[in-house]
Design a protein around this ligand. Structure first.
Ligand code: RNT
Ligand code: ZN
Length: 419
């Protein structure tokens, strides 16, 4: 995009926002400080480096777009391009199944920081923070759909030990990179059909989690999070780790709760849960996703659901207490473009929220003038946010408009298409 057009557009936008009492430079300044954690698993369809094939655990990736990353070097190279196309400084969200063990088989209950040394060195060299996740799927010991809530003591112990390894790895990342690592526990455990006993698996899960978290690690290093869901493929009738289960657990044990936008009933909105859980919790983790009819993990688009999430974070002044991660996987389009589209949308949604005349909106509501509230809400939809976004990208030395796609195409031609 042409720089003088960007400048003229921004000068105009700045004036329009000023008329609404909004300082657009200040909005950009705030947005700059918000890191988004890019999920490594979009780059290779949640395959990981242990075995090839479907991830299991009810996670389904559709599409066969060419160029899937097949190892750490390819995945890192793809991520570097995505980071280059995003204004601001962002993070990486890594799963335990992306360990690099030089061809040696290392069981998940024996993983250590040394198996992530290459990720650590790379993150350090490009100056990004890393978040982490134990992997409770894509494994023979998870094939019957149960892990931490398994009725077999041996299998449960295996997964508890994996959880402990994961926290040690998270700690090592934090120490190496000098920024706390969010370690998020999600397990697939549940039943396809109506269970008789809903209580015992939840009691087992609680005990397992307590065992996983038994080692005290300072919150300045590791922030433990727990992620619930309503249902999954193969766990349609009962999920042990439901939202309510984890919310209660997180409050009692002082953990973060992870809210995934795809994990609720289609008529529930994840955004509405943010202010509710913050009345009891200090910090939360978001998995920003897009469910289409079900928890389908489509690439995040700039729709009303996403805007509502961003508005809640900004209006409630929750940005400092929220860790924003993405969680989707689409193998039917260019995978680097999938990262860039979803992350740019998350950032745009935050920018739109930061540019709202919040006080005026609140005043209208407080005075009971719901007519004005609605009129304003609709009027501000078409404020020139695009011009502010272009200005922010240009100012950050990042591709504006659709220019980023040219870079992705060039990379596709020279790198992805010959994999
Ligand atoms: C699954 C959860 C979980 C995973 C990733 C791979 O329903 O959303 O967060 O998608 O950990
Ligand atoms: Zn998730």
């Amino acid at each position: 995009m042409n720089q003088s057009a960007i400048d003229r557009g921004y000068a105009h936008a700045k004036t329009v926002f000023a008329e609404w009492g909004v300082d657009s430079d200040a909005a950009i300044g705030k947005l700059k400080a918000v890191p988004i954690s890019l999920h490594c698993w979009q780059g290779d369809d949640v395959n990981g480096f242990e075995t090839a094939g479907a991830p299991g655990g009810g996670l389904a990736v559709t599409g066969n777009y060419p160029g899937r990353a097949r190892n750490g070097d390819e995945l890192r190279s793809d991520l570097e391009l995505a980071y280059k196309l995003l204004p601001g400084k962002h993070r990486l969200n890594l799963h335990a199944l992306y360990a690099e063990t030089s061809g040696k088989k290392v069981e998940r209950d024996a993983q250590g920081p040394e198996h992530f040394a290459r990720w650590m060195d790379w993150a350090k060299s490009i100056g990004i923070g890393v978040d982490f996740n134990p992997s409770y799927f894509a494994h023979p010991k998870a094939n019957d759909g149960f892990t931490l809530a398994h009725r077999d003591d041996g299998i449960r112990k295996f997964w508890i030990d994996h959880g402990k390894c994961s926290r040690r790895i998270a700690r090592a990342f934090a120490e190496k990179l000098g920024t706390p690592c969010v370690n998020n526990v999600w397990i697939p455990d549940g039943y396809k059909d109506t269970p008789v006993d809903r209580k015992s698996p939840r009691e087992r899960l609680e005990k397992s989690l307590d065992a996983v978290f038994a080692d005290k690690i300072d919150e300045s290093l590791v922030l433990d999070a727990v992620e619930g869901k309503l249902f999954g493929i193969g766990s349609e009738s009962y999920v042990v780790g439901s939202h309510e289960f984890y919310l209660g657990y997180a409050i009692r044990r002082n953990k973060l709760v992870c809210l995934d936008a795809g994990h609720y009933h289609p008529t529930e909105q994840m955004s509405d849960k943010i202010s509710s859980v913050f009345t009891s919790l200090g910090r939360i983790l978001l998995h920003v996703s897009r469910g289409v009819r079900w928890d389908s993990d489509h690439v995040v688009t700039l729709n009303d659901d996403l805007l509502a999430i961003a508005q809640e974070l900004v209006r409630g002044d929750y940005l400092d207490r929220t860790h924003i991660g993405l969680d989707y996987f689409d193998a039917s389009i260019n995978r680097v473009a999938a990262w860039v589209i979803g992350t740019r949308n998350m950032l745009k949604a935050l920018l739109i929220a930061l540019l709202e005349p919040i006080q005026q909106l609140k005043d209208a509501e407080e005075s009971g003038d719901y007519t004005k509230r609605l009129a304003m809400q609709e009027e501000i939809r078409t404020l020139p946010v695009g011009a502010v976004w272009d200005h922010y990208c240009a100012q950050s030395g990042v591709a504006t408009g659709l220019d980023w796609l040219d870079e992705v195409r060039r990379y596709e031609k020279s790198v992805l298409s010959i994999r």
